[in-house]
Design a protein around this ligand. Structure first.
Ligand SMILES: C[S@@+](CC[C@H](N)C(=O)[O-])C[C@H]1O[C@@H](n2cnc3c(N)ncnc32)[C@H](O)[C@@H]1O
Length: 350
């Protein structure tokens, strides 16, 4: 590989940078530095880390503008009760690094931890095997993703936060780009912790919401919607969308759902939605629709994650979504481009 090929060598460096980010997120470095600079030994003591190793990670993080070296002066040491180390370096948090605090908006820390989570990391490492066999190495090892998350509450919370983080660029200005009905009920099918439902309800005060998800997710959704002050306008129910979805809705949102499943499963979910919806209702599919050219696109990145984690899950083109809808007795009526490569596909009963 020629050394002049920045993209190739950059991709190799990305692994070290991601590992440094993961270390920062797991050790809570941003939280420890939130109240001011600390010497490396003191930071290591608070984070439960080995100081000489942490120092090397901090050097990479400084190169990424997440922390910044500062003079380890007497004041810093006195404030922090650091070990007396005249040579100790010290670091402070930069503005960018502040995004990794656990109380920062956007769930950046959770998202990094989720992508470095045991199963997620394994899935990407094993992509070559998945491609050899055509079967997800993740599923062979851990079983289906949502069963895995049901067994691991901490990972499940990280996953819900990660989904909320991912949805932010997709849903910014959503209600300006798409005209939701002024009144009625929106059912967020497998809505995670309710972040998208909350965005839509805040912008459309005449709408009510129903959120459905798996048993191990709904408490997280109830808490998050209550924190948004939306408990009165929402109902949260546990269920399995392969069995049925809540009936009587006017709008059914399926955000980042169909890309987890193969065509047969997608048709089952869409058919359940069609039979549950009010006459004149609509289905909204929020997904990153694959372009039909060779340019870099978020959909191509996410598609490899789907390949690694699900058997049959995939990003799809607009034509492929139209075909799935048709098989479920629905017809595509509109496609609205959202931010960051995502689209909102509207469908109605045929
Ligand atoms: C990729 S997440 C999408 C969450 C949310 N809609 C969003 O866009 O951020 C998929 C969701 O489907 C839920 N889910 C998986 N299988 C399900 C099933 N059989 N019935 C209901 N929900 C399910 C998961 O718990 C998870 O919240």
């Amino acid at each position: 590989m020629p050394h002049s090929d920045d993209l190739l060598w950059g991709a190799l460096g990305d692994i070290s940078r991601f590992a440094a980010l993961l270390t920062m997120a797991e050790l809570g470095v941003a939280d420890h530095l939130a109240r001011g600079p600390l010497s490396t030994p003191e930071l290591a003591r608070r984070a439960g880390a080995h100081a000489p190793s942490l120092r090397r990670v901090l050097r990479e993080l400084a190169a990424m503008d997440l922390v910044r070296a500062v003079e380890a002066d007497a004041e810093t040491d006195a404030e922090t009760d650091a070990e007396t180390d005249a040579e100790a370096d010290a670091y402070e948090l930069t503005e960018r690094g502040g995004a990794l605090r656990s109380d920062a908006p956007g769930f950046v820390r959770s998202s990094i931890r989720m992508l470095g989570e045991e199963g997620f990391w394994y899935a990407m490492r094993m992509l070559p095997d998945t491609v050899r066999t055509g079967r997800s190495a993740f599923i062979e090892q851990y079983g289906p993703l949502y069963d895995y998350l049901a067994r691991k509450p901490e990972s499940s919370t990280l996953f819900d936060d990660y989904m909320a983080a991912r949805a932010v660029p997709f849903t910014e200005g959503l209600s300006e780009r798409y005209a939701f009905p002024a009144t009625g009920t929106m059912v967020d099918v497998a809505g995670g912790k309710g972040h998208i439902l909350a965005t839509v309800l805040r912008a459309n005060p005449g709408l009510r919401g129903v959120l459905m998800d798996l048993e191990h997710v709904v408490d997280h959704a109830r808490r998050a919607l209550a924190e948004e002050g939306l408990a009165e306008r929402t109902e949260v129910v546990a269920g399995d969308f392969f069995a049925a979805v809540p009936s009587g809705g006017d709008v059914y949102l399926l955000a980042s759902i169909l890309h987890n499943w193969d065509d047969e499963d997608c048709v089952k979910i869409l058919t359940n939605v069609r039979t549950a919806m009010n006459p004149g209702g609509r289905v909204l599919i929020l997904e990153v629709v694959l372009p039909d050219d060779e340019r870099p696109h978020l959909g191509k990145d996410i598609d490899l994650r789907m390949l690694a984690i699900f058997n049959g899950g995939a990003e799809r083109s607009r034509e492929e979504y139209a075909a799935l809808l048709g098989r479920a007795g629905l017809a595509m009526s509109d496609v609205v481009e959202l931010g960051s490569g995502a689209s909102l596909i509207e469908a109605r009963q045929r």
